[in-house]
Design a protein around this ligand. Structure first.
Ligand code: ACO
Length: 356
């Protein structure tokens, strides 16, 4: 077995401030609580109140992880943030997080691998620690998806429970064009504190990462990029191009095929078998995807963790949130072998194995 060189010392997470049950979605588009639960498992999600940015959620999660690790913010010597929804087009969130935490001029890096961001980021953080470049590294996955939502100001009041006055028929029709996508997402951040370890029985053991750029149009945002001049325009807003395009069935198929494959590939690399894995924490994109992965790997219910029912898909934040819940509830114990796996836009996918 590969020797472990870095491990997680603390974790924590926060969600957006406002809980939004599926019933609120029914008020702004043609959907039902039943459809959303049946097709995705999601019962509710959290959205931030206007004014909260991705870096703010990141700070909330970071403070909890630092407390959990018993570290002070000023001890941190490297920041890595995985996000596809930064506060600004540029710069990334890492440096904003550093400033908001009141930390000195330590390096800050952003990772942009969407739903695989946390897994790609784990490998980068692990490599920085193994190379001696970082000793107390703060790694955050943070997302605010509410900026992708097509709702009007009044639509937002309805979604957030501030108004029960129906949206116009025209808005309902407009929102319904994107219903397959926006019902799936929520806002949240998760963070972990990582550092070196001398204990070869604990820590990150290995990874398998992949990408396939040829299928980019299955899941991307056809706007706000320098393939366009200007990179963002009124036309983009009018055409709703700020909302991600997603070929749901194609992504679904890719996920249930590639995620089990990459878990087995990682086990082989690390020279363990799937039987040795105590817990699988899949990226939370759809409960049916997780169930498909579980079925393909023939794992019993108690060895796969899902919480999408309560948070929706929070992209780079799903895995650290699930990890924190498993750790704090005692589902994950010291010495357990945990597998993280995810697939998302790019396409990017991958898995990581860690001894808790
Ligand atoms: N409410 C009601 N009906 C809906 C909704 C909705 N919110 N959305 C779609 N429908 C309708 C469709 O119009 C369609 O109607 P039709 O049969 O009359 O044409 C019907 O429901 C079935 O639509 P499908 O797209 O076939 O539904 P499916 O079972 O595939 O579920 C879903 C759709 C949930 C999007 C699923 O395909 C999925 O989860 N895909 C993967 C998503 C994912 O993993 N994304 C990656 C992460 S995101 C990232 O990386 C940024």
């Amino acid at each position: 077995m590969t020797q472990a060189y870095s491990r997680i010392y603390g974790s924590g997470f926060v969600t957006g401030e406002t809980l939004v049950p599926n019933e609120r979605m029914q008020l702004v588009c043609d959907t039902t609580d039943e459809w959303i639960r049946e097709r995705s498992g999601i019962q509710q999600r959290y959205f931030v109140n206007e004014g909260t940015a991705t870096s703010d959620l990141g700070v909330g999660a970071a403070k909890k992880a630092l407390d959990d690790a018993g570290w002070k913010a000023e001890d941190v010597d490297y920041i890595v943030v995985a996000t596809m929804t930064p506060d600004y087009y540029f710069p990334g969130v890492g440096s904003l997080l550093q400033a908001k935490l009141g930390i000195g001029n330590i390096p800050a890096l952003d990772i942009r691998q969407q739903c695989s961001g946390f897994i790609y980021g784990l490998q980068v953080c692990d490599a920085l620690i193994r190379a001696g470049m970082a000793k107390k590294l703060l790694f955050v996955g943070a997302e605010i998806h509410s900026g992708f939502m097509p709702f009007s100001k009044h639509g937002w009041d309805v979604v957030m429970g501030r108004s029960n006055e129906p949206v116009t028929q025209a808005e309902r029709e407009w929102n319904s064009k994107f219903r397959h996508l926006f019902v799936l997402f929520g806002d949240a951040a998760g963070a972990v504190c990582m550092g070196p370890t001398d204990d070869p029985r604990r820590g990150l053991l290995g990874y398998s990462l992949h990408a396939a750029g040829k299928d980019v149009e299955a899941l991307y945002v056809p706007s706000a990029g320098f393939a366009y001049r200007p990179y963002f325009s009124e036309e983009h807003v009018r055409e709703g191009r700020f909302v991600p395009v997603m070929e749901g069935r194609q992504v679904f198929k890719m996920a249930v095929t590639k995620m089990p494959e990459v878990v087995l590939e990682t086990c082989q690399k690390v020279e363990v078998t799937l039987d040795d894995v105590n817990l699988l924490i899949p990226h939370q994109a759809n409960l049916r995807i997780s169930e498909g992965v579980q079925k393909a790997l023939k794992l019993p219910d108690d060895r796969v963790y899902n919480n999408i029912q309560r948070y929706g898909n929070t992209t780079a934040a799903t895995i650290p949130i699930a990890y924190d819940e498993c750790k704090k509830s005692g589902k994950l114990k010291p010495g357990d072998l945990v597998a993280f796996v995810g697939l998302g836009a790019g396409f990017h996918w991958g898995a990581a194995l860690m001894r808790e």
